[in-house]
Write a protein that binds this ligand. Structure first.
Ligand SMILES: [Zn+2]
Length: 168
């Protein structure tokens, strides 16, 4: 169970709406699956090189190569590493811990894509070296713009399992 203050959920939805049709992304900190800090992070996917694109799964990669950088950011995300480092440092300085990464899906349901799972597993590959706890992965779907959907997932062994969330 992940607990998110309603004010932070509203900020995340506002972030997603502002960036639409691009995906937004960010980090949540807190303690024991209770969120207290929210950090917006820049989605740098629009500026990715061909070698960076190599990490994407094949069907999506061939799509991505044909898209303009702006269009790429509409369907995927990658966090700016410096901003991510700053957020993780701030989380540590405040004596709390990493709880979740989030990003938006502007045109699809709140469910991790194959690319999302690949990125999450890649992060797992070096997470212990960074001495970070395992984060949940939150997706904000704007598919129904009248009623944005926020769902959290635990991603292990290339499988995503939904973790219930409560707004407080
Ligand atoms: Zn996604």
């Amino acid at each position: 169970m992940l607990t998110i203050p309603a004010a932070i959920a509203e900020e995340m939805i506002a972030h997603a709406c502002e960036l639409k049709p691009h995906e937004c992304c960010g980090i949540l900190g807190g303690t024991r699956e209770s969120v207290s800090q929210h950090y917006r992070i820049t989605n740098i996917l629009a500026n990715l090189s061909e070698s960076d694109l190599a990490r994407f799964d094949a069907p999506k990669l061939s799509d991505l190569k044909q898209l303009s950088p702006e269009e790429r950011a509409d369907i995927a995300f990658q966090m700016d590493s410096q901003e991510m480092g700053n957020a993780l440092r701030d989380i540590r300085d405040r004596g709390v811990s990493l709880q979740a990464f989030y990003h938006s899906h502007t045109m699809s349901p709140a469910r991790p894509s194959q690319t999302d799972i690949t990125i999450a597993m890649e992060f797992e590959g070096y997470r212990e070296k960074l001495n970070l706890p395992e984060p949940l992965h939150i997706i904000i779907s704007l598919l129904n713009i009248e009623s944005p959907d926020i769902r959290a997932f635990r991603i292990r062994n290339h499988e995503a399992t939904e973790v219930p969330t409560t707004l407080v």
